[in-house]
Every structure is written in structure tokens, then in C-alpha cells.
Design a binder for this molecule. Structure first.
Ligand SMILES: [Cu+2]
Length: 366
């Protein structure tokens, strides 16, 4: 685990322990009343802290209000699936591949800024940096491959800035307790899609599509989010898509992504709420290919180098706590954490299986 992830976990555990015992029922009443007093027609205040960490488009801000968020995302993949069936290395080799991915870890740090342009329209921008680490096994040593005899694993690393996203969020309903937020975003290809590293072809080779920090394509990101907030609990649904507008300069286009979520959350203590969320993600195959990856020996032996092995359907279940603090120094902060595991995966071709997802975000409103 990297130092920053340790820090997040430390904050997760220590701040609520500090807050506990400092709060009383009277304090809880104060939090809710203060929230209502400062609310505009659809702002995020008081009780919005119940929305799960992975949902970014659940609220807007009052005119002139800013919010900054630091988010850490840790996605882990382990083993493989062929379609909907979990597959061990031998099953991958029987598909005529020489390489079988073992694990992959993607760690992303994201900075997000929100600004209330009017009481109904909020602008949001996101920029990120990602680090990917993939381990692969190979069936046997092949001549000309980048492996020493007897060493049957290979590690590939990549890192870089991700694509940058900008959004407009508009509250279609007049109420804050029942919000319908329509959002429209655009993804700008600031992330590299030409990262190189260790592959079966050797060092400094173009890394496969899933190891590239960026897509190289502009995309639009429409979405709609509904939140019904009660005093102690809230319910919400969210649906959205990431539609690639065109291929990149290398001649391929990452698949469109469609996602939907539904969640329920409840205030558990004056300073903490818990949420559970179900999420479905459907992603399309890659169209076209990168000439530096679509080399026959590479494409037919490494499943991650083959565009047929991208896209699919998955359902994830998440749970996590949200913390808000009412100490004078901390009252503008909120901390959201969410951990998820897949309950269903039906992936195109032969692909790495999703293992877990951690999202943790520290928000500051000013
Ligand atoms: Cu916000």
C-alpha cells in the first residue's frame, strides 16, 4: 500500500474516533438546522454527506460557493474471466495465449473543483494521475521473449496524467430534499495513450490498451442523478454514459461506457452515515487498433494486446461510511469512503477479473 492510501485509512479511522464523544444529540440537531438555514434552492449542505463516494454528480452548489475534493481510487484485478466463467492460467493458455495476466492494480489520485455559477448551475472539473502495475505469467519460455529462463512472471508499470473532465450540473427540481441533477460533461484527452514499458516484446514497447493512462479521444459524458433525502436516510439513483466522439490519432477508439447505480444510506451517528450501492457497468469493445500493439505475435499471445478482449458487463456492490465534522476547524470538511466488489462479470473474450474497488474522497467547501 502506498503512503497516501495509508494516510487516507488513518484519517478514516482517527478523525471519527476524535469526533466521537465530542458530539451529543444537541449537536446533531445543530448540524441539521445550520444546514437548512444556509441552503439555497438545491445546494449541497448538511445531509448531502450521505451520498456514496463513487457518485460525483449528486449535488450542486450555491452561487459563488467552491468545493475542492481530493479523491483516491484503488482498483484491483486478479485472475481472469472467459466470458462469465472464472478462468485459471491453464484455461487462458488453452485459448492459445502464451501469457496469462495475474494481477493488476490501478491507483488514481484525482483533484476535483466545483463552483456554483448560479443557484441552479454548478461547474465541475476533474484532473487525475494514475499508476498501473500489471503482473503476468507465461506458459513456457519462448525464444526472443523478454524473460530469463526459469522466470515465468513479467511486471509492467505505467503512470501518467489521465484525461481531464469538465461538467455542467443543473438542478431540474426546485427542492433540495428531492434533487434531480442533470449533468453534461466533456472529456479532454490530456492523458497519454502512447505509454511504453515492459511487454513480451521487450523493454520500451507500447503498453497494452488497459495500461494507457488516457484514451486519446474526446468524449461527452451525459448523466442524470436523483436523490431523495429524508432526515436520517436518503435514496438515490444515477445513470450516465461516456460516449467517445472519435478515434484517436493512433487509429483506435476505446469503447463507450454506460453505468447505472442505486443506493440507500442512513445516518448512523451524528457525524457518520453508511451507504450501500449497487452499480452496473456496460462497456463496448475497442474499435480499430494501435499499430504498435496489433503485431501478430503480440496480439495472439497476450490477451491484453487483443482488442477483442475489452468491454463487457459487470455488477458491483459497494458499502462505506461518510464522515462530516462539526468542530470549528473541520466543519467545512467531509470524508467519504466506499469499498466495492463485483458480484457479476460477463466480459468479452478473455480478460482480467475485477477484484475490488476502493474510493476515498476528502472534500472541502469554501
Ligand atoms: Cu460539491
Amino acid at each position: 500500500m502506498k503512503p497516501l492510501s495509508k494516510l487516507f485509512l488513518l484519517i478514516c479511522c482517527s478523525v471519527p474516533l476524535y469526533s466521537y464523544g465530542q458530539n451529543t444529540d444537541k449537536d446533531q440537531q445543530t448540524v441539521i438546522n445550520t444546514g437548512n438555514k444556509t441552503c439555497g434552492s438545491g445546494c449541497c449542505c448538511g445531509m448531502e454527506t450521505q451520498t456514496p463516494s463513487g457518485i460525483m454528480t449528486d449535488h450542486i452548489h450555491n452561487k459563488g460557493e467552491w468545493m475542492a475534493t481530493c479523491t483516491y481510487m484503488d482498483t484491483r484485478m486478479k485472475g481472469n474471466h472467459i466470458g462469465a466463467t472464472p478462468a485459471n492460467d491453464n484455461m487462458v493458455y488453452r485459448e492459445n495465449y502464451m501469457m496469462a495476466p495475474e494481477t493488476m492494480n490501478m491507483q488514481m489520485h484525482m483533484a476535483m473543483l466545483m463552483y456554483g455559477l448560479t443557484n441552479k448551475l454548478t461547474l465541475m472539473g476533474m484532473a487525475g494521475f494514475t499508476s498501473d502495475n500489471m503482473m503476468m505469467n507465461m506458459a513456457t519460455n519462448m525464444p526472443g521473449m523478454n524473460m530469463t529462463p526459469g522466470n515465468t512472471t513479467m511486471q509492467s508499470l505505467s503512470s501518467g496524467f489521465t484525461d481531464t473532465k469538465i461538467y455542467g450540473l443543473y438542478n431540474l427540481s426546485g427542492k433540495e430534499s428531492q434533487r434531480i441533477i442533470a449533468s453534461m460533461g466533456a472529456s479532454i484527452p490530456t492523458g497519454t495513450f502512447k505509454a511504453t514499458g515492459v511487454t513480451m516484446l521487450g523493454e520500451n514497447q507500447r503498453l497494452p490498451y488497459d495500461m494507457q493512462p488516457g484514451t486519446g479521444s474526446f468524449s461527452i459524458i451525459p448523466g442524470i442523478t436523483y436523490v431523495h433525502q429524508y432526515n436520517r436516510y436518503s435514496l438515490g439513483v444515477d445513470a450516465g454514459a461516456d460516449i467517445k466522439l472519435s478515434g484517436n490519432t493512433l487509429g483506435y477508439k476505446q469503447g463507450n461506457v454506460y453505468q447505472a447505480s442505486a443506493w440507500a444510506s442512513r445516518r448512523l451517528l451524528p457525524f457518520v452515515s453508511g451507504s450501500i450501492r449497487a452499480e452496473e457497468i456496460v462497456s463496448d469493445k475497442i474499435t480499430g487498433s494501435d499499430p504498435a500493439i496489433a503485431i501478430p505475435v503480440y496480439e495472439t499471445n497476450d490477451p491484453t494486446a487483443n482488442t477483442a478482449n475489452y468491454g463487457g458487463k459487470m455488477v458491483n456492490i459497494y458499502a462505506g461510511p461518510n464522515f462530516h465534522f462539526d468542530q470549528p476547524v473541520l466543519k467545512n470538511f467531509q470524508l467519504h469512503c466506499e469499498y466495492g466488489v463485483p458480484v457479476y462479470q460477463n466480459l468479452n473474450g478473455t480478460q482480467m477479473s475485477e477484484h475490488s474497488n476502493l474510493v476515498a474522497g476528502l472534500m472541502y467547501k469554501f
